[in-house]
Structures are given as C-alpha cells and as structure tokens.
Design a protein around this ligand. Structure first.
Ligand code: SAH
Ligand code: SF4
Ligand code: F3S
Length: 438
C-alpha cells in the first residue's frame, strides 16, 4: 500500500525563471510523494518562490507569510518554505522576522529541497554549492507534478556578471553559469516527448550563453531547432551587448525561432545609461535594432524601462521618450526606480517620487499607444496560434501567436497543443480575436 499523496502549494512571484524553478521544485517534490494543489488550505507544504527585484516584490513575501499565520496555528505540522531571490538575499533574517517559516532555500540549492523537507538537511540553505543543481534534479519526463502544457520554459544560463547599478540579480542569482548544450538538448527532448511544442530558453543574460558544445547562443538555437516535434523557440532575457552576429543571423535563418525579441534598454539617455553601468549608448542600441530588423524585418521588439533613476533629468526622460518613438515597441515593461540594499545606486540622491511617477505615466502612455498600433497591425494577417487552454466561451480556445499575443479563437474541434493558422480579425486591449483558416 502506498501513502496518500501529500499536497504541495506553490506561489510564484517574479520572472519566468521563477516559474521554471517552481516546476522543477514541484517535480523534485513529486518524487517525495507530493502532488500540486491549487488550494492553499489543503496543503501539507506551502512554498513561496520569491522575487527581490523591487521593494514591493520583496515585501509581498512578508504580507503573504502574515496571512499564513492562522493556517499554521491550526495545523502546526504544515511546512512553510521560502525559495527564490528573497531567500537568497535575506536568508536567516526571514526566519528571525517570521518564525513560522520552516525552510529557506536559495535558487542554487533547489536540489536539496527534498532532503530539507525530510529534515535531513539544514533548514536554511543559501550557499552556492559546488555541485550543479541540474545534475541532481529529476528528469523532465512526466510525473505527478507536470501539467500537460504545450509551451515550456528551459533554463540554459543563470546568473549575471553585468552589475547594472540598480539591480540585485548578480547578488541573488550569482555569477553567470551556462549549462552544457548536451544537457539542454536532453532536457528539450524530454519536454518534447511529453507533448511540448514550444520552448522558451531562459537566462538572466540568455544571449550571453557560452556553454560547452556550441560556438555560441545562435549555434545552440540551431541545434535545438533540429529536434523533431518542436515547433517554436523563444528566449529571454537578452542584454544588448551580447547580441552576437550569429544570433542575429539565426533570426534570419531558423524558421522555428519566433520573430520576437525582448531587449531591455532601460533608458534612452547616455548619461543615465552610464550611471546605470549599462556599457552601451542609446545610439549603440538603435544601430543594433537596425541590424536585427535587417535580418528579420517582421520582428517584434519589446523592452524594459526604469524611470526616476538617481540623477535622471527632464532632458534624460525626453531622450528616453525619443528612443521609444524611434524604435516602436510591440509592448514593454516599465518601472519606477526602486533602491535596492547593497546595489551601487542605492545610496545616490533620489529623484522626487512625484516626478518619477509622472515620468512613468508619460512613458507608459506612449508604450500603450505603440502596443495598440502593433496589435492593430496584426489584423488581417494569418498567424500560427499554439492553443494553450480552453477559453471561457463554449468552443473557444486561447493560444499564443508567433508574436506572443494572446489570441481567442472559436475552434470547437481543436485540442490544447494544436498549432493552427488563424486569421486575426480584431484587436482588444490586451489580446486578439481570430478565426481558423481552413
Ligand atoms: N536580466 C534582465 C532582467 C533583469 S530584471 C535584464 O538584464 O534585462 C527585469 C527588469 O526589472 C530590468 O530590466 C529592469 O528594467 C527592472 N529592474 C531591475 N532592478 C530594478 C530596480 N531596482 N528598480 C526598478 N526596476 C528594476
Ligand atoms: Fe540585472 Fe543588469 Fe544583470 Fe540584467 S544585466 S540581470 S538588469 S545586472
Ligand atoms: Fe526577481 Fe530573482 Fe527573477 S529577483 S526577477 S525572481 S531573478
């Protein structure tokens, strides 16, 4: 007789890499007899996979932990774990501030989680172990923790050596490490064998990948594209300085590589870029965009921006708006600067909050107009859509276009996992509507 499965509830904050990590932790805990639950109240273990990038993101952990107090009081055997970048940054401080936390595990130690949950490893592990966690995590074949999704993430590179003056990632994720091509290909094949048709390659500087077994990131993409049954490849996040010629050529040559590139620039002012330690100018970025568009004219570009970085003037802000006008983005993420303890910019004189807010609003209004224009430009085109789930209306499916737009389609006979041509008929605020083409 086997024990009834124990239940694991995971809440994921932050970036795609955390989403990926949560899946890998769920798969590791499945080997311990845990299955995932969507209902926190039913859980035997609650795992909060946290983000440290901005103050608000980090503070969410403590409000969520506060809300877990009654549950833990009712069921003292409930295990509460904190993973992710706040775990790495704050370590034992978390259990000091919140004694209800049983386990704290940093991003490089996830393979230790099963032993930690059994009480056979220390309750707080935030070192950067010698061994590679990926060698000790279970293979990505199906198990009780895997959801049958046609699109999946795959981490190929982790950590960052760039040290932008505002950013915690080099401290929370550690130095840049690239996984060997053979391991990445094996994981990709496992994913395809369980029904995955689209893989997004992940890394904090994914295009800086320089692992064994390929000459560079462009070559790695070419090798992955050889896998039968895999239809789409994406990658995120890239740094402008690591956009090598070979990768740009891959956008021209590799049909499976989707015409979409997230390339954060942060600011359009050379003064601010320098203060941010970005090591590129606005003009470098614009010339790079020209080369990418020459290789793949229909590529959609997206980016990240920060407003109110210390020292940013009205003129700097105007330079950022001008860069946005010059490029024309499909969509973009923009944030008000948030000082992070331990980063070089943290002690610098702040821009007044109201000024940073006003700039953020102005920038977002422009980016929203561009997003709308990009979506309107899809109307009338026929695009591949990979169906990821059923929609709310009867017979409706929701999927992603080549350009990562969510597309709603009436397709009563289609299955999740189908990749079908869809004629885009209409643009809504954050999605498209289309019709199947026969
Ligand atoms: N490795 C990626 C993403 C880093 S975090 C890259 O290099 O682009 C994602 C985004 O969060 C960043 O691009 C930046 O725009 C934003 N960000 C990072 N630190 C921040 C901070 N202290 N305040 C506000 N936004 C920040
Ligand atoms: Fe952070 Fe800069 Fe590294 Fe991106 S490149 S993770 S923004 S330090
Ligand atoms: Fe956040 Fe860590 Fe990702 S700080 S954005 S979860 S790398």
């Amino acid at each position: 007789m086997t024990d009834a499965p124990k239940k694991l509830f995971i809440k994921t904050y932050g970036c795609q890499m955390n989403v990926y990590d949560s899946q890998r932790m769920a798969e590791a805990m499945a080997t311990e007899g845990y299955e995932l639950t969507e209902d926190q109240a039913q859980a035997d273990m609650v795992l909060l996979n946290t983000c440290h990038i901005r103050e608000k993101a980090a503070e969410k952990l403590y409000s969520d932990l506060g809300r877990l107090k009654p549950l833990k009081a009712e069921r003292p055997d409930l295990k509460i774990g904190v993973a992710g970048c706040v775990a790495q940054a704050e370590g034992a401080e978390i259990t000091r501030r919140m004694p209800l936390v049983d386990l704290v595990v940093g991003p490089q130690a996830y393979h230790r989680l099963p032993a930690m949950a059994r009480g056979e490893a220390p309750a707080i592990v935030t070192d950067f172990p010698e061994e590679d966690k990926f060698d000790h995590l279970p293979r990505r074949t199906e198990n009780r923790a895997t959801r049958r999704a046609p699109a999946a993430f795959l981490t190929v590179q982790e950590g960052c050596d760039k040290f932008c003056a505002f950013c915690v990632v080099p401290y929370t994720r550690g130095a840049e490490v690239s996984r060997p091509a053979a391991r990445i290909l094996a994981e990709a094949r496992d994913l395809v064998a369980r029904g995955v048709r689209e893989i997004t390659l992940l890394g904090q500087n994914v295009n800086g990948w320089h692992g064994e077994g390929a000459s560079g990131f462009g070559d790695l993409i070419r090798q992955i594209a050889e896998i039968d049954g895999l239809d789409r490849i994406r990658y995120t996040t890239s740094h402008p300085n690591d956009m090598a010629d070979d990768l740009i050529c891959a956008h021209r040559d590799v049909a499976k590589l989707m015409p979409y590139l997230h390339l954060p620039v942060q600011s359009g002012s050379d003064r601010v870029l320098k203060a941010m330690n970005r090591k590129h100018t606005a003009d470098d970025y614009l010339r790079l965009i020209d080369r990418i568009r020459a290789a793949r004219p229909d590529i959609m570009l997206t980016s990240d921006f920060i407003t109110g970085f210390p020292g940013e003037t009205d003129q700097d802000h105007a330079d950022t708006l001008r860069l946005i006008e010059q490029v024309g983005f499909g969509t973009a993420f923009s944030f008000k600067y948030s000082p992070r303890p331990g980063t070089p910019a943290a002690g610098r004189d702040p821009v007044p909050d109201a000024v940073a807010d006003a700039r953020l609003h102005e920038l977002q209004a422009l980016l929203t107009r561009q997003q709308k224009a990009a979506q309107n430009g899809m109307v009338g085109r026929t695009l591949g859509v990979l169906f990821e789930k059923k929609g709310r209306e009867p017979g409706q499916m929701v999927g992603k276009s080549d350009y990562l737009h969510a597309v709603f389609v009436q397709a009563p006979d289609a299955q999740v996992g189908d990749l079908l041509p869809v004629r885009i008929a209409e643009s809504a605020p954050n999605s498209l509507r289309g019709e199947l083409v026969n």
